[in-house]
Design a protein around this ligand. Structure first.
Ligand SMILES: C[S@@+](CC[C@H](N)C(=O)[O-])C[C@H]1O[C@@H](n2cnc3c(N)ncnc32)[C@H](O)[C@@H]1O
Length: 222
């Protein structure tokens, strides 16, 4: 799978993309990620990418020319061009899984007050928000989308089965996890986890998942 990220702040992704599972996924050619600086497509001598909003108001808006040129330079037939704004559709595990099956994604990060509406109207296929809050720019949002979808690409996680019990996979949150030592500062690991009885362990985990989901995210059970 190929992903092109269009941003004004490519350096924000340097460490993120080279570490851990994403770094290994690229080394194994499961994922190709290209980070492009939208400023490289600026058309004027000052290489500006933003201008004042028509109609007045605070802030600046990203201009059409560099963004259209950047998208047109990287897009391929059938690719999905995604803008990341706070007023997009909420990002979910189901969306991450769906995106992981695409051949090529273009992720556009905005800045300032956002981007010229004509970009959204013509060269964007989908808009995704990572939550009900406002970031200073969309680069971290692109990172969140890449990280979440990469986990669904076969081979990216060492152990495929680690996805099956995870939060949201079955509309349930995850169960509590423990590791050695079995006793730490007077706190013991639940007895059932040390029993070796796999049926009892599965049952305990399901009960814990339901308890946690009821307590923290009752909306998932509806
Ligand atoms: C300061 S925000 C623009 C906010 C815009 N004026 C509004 O109120 O909807 C600048 C950029 O950050 C990114 N961004 C901010 N919040 C985001 C969120 N919750 N999800 C995804 N991207 C976000 C978008 O790419 C946006 O263009």
């Amino acid at each position: 799978m190929r992903i092109d990220v269009l941003t004004l702040f490519p350096a924000m992704l340097d460490g993120f993309l080279s570490e851990s599972m994403l770094g290994r996924a690229q080394e194994a050619a499961l994922l190709e990620i290209n980070v492009r600086n939208v400023r490289d497509w600026a058309v004027d001598k000052h290489r500006t990418t933003d201008d004042r909003p028509f109609g007045g108001g605070a802030g600046m808006v990203m201009r059409c020319e560099p963004v259209f040129a950047a998208i047109e330079a990287v897009q391929t037939p059938g690719c999905r061009r995604i803008y990341l704004p706070p007023d997009g559709a909420p990002f979910t595990a189901a969306k991450a899984e769906e995106l992981s099956r695409q051949q090529h994604l273009v992720l556009l990060s905005g800045h300032y007050e956002g981007i010229d509406q004509r970009i959204r109207d013509t060269v964007i296929d989908e808009e995704i928000s990572i939550g009900d809050y406002v970031l200073t720019n969309g680069t971290l949002a692109a990172a969140v989308v890449i990280d979440a979808l990469a986990r669904f690409i076969p081979g990216v996680l060492g152990e495929e089965k680690s996805l099956t019990h995870e939060s949201f996979t079955r509309k349930l949150l995850d169960f509590p996890q423990y590791t050695r030592p079995a006793e730490y500062r007077g706190m013991s690991v639940p007895e059932v986890l040390l029993s070796g009885n796999h049926t009892a362990i599965e049952k305990w985990r399901t009960v814990e998942q339901e308890r946690k989901t009821r307590q923290v995210r009752p909306d998932l059970l509806k």
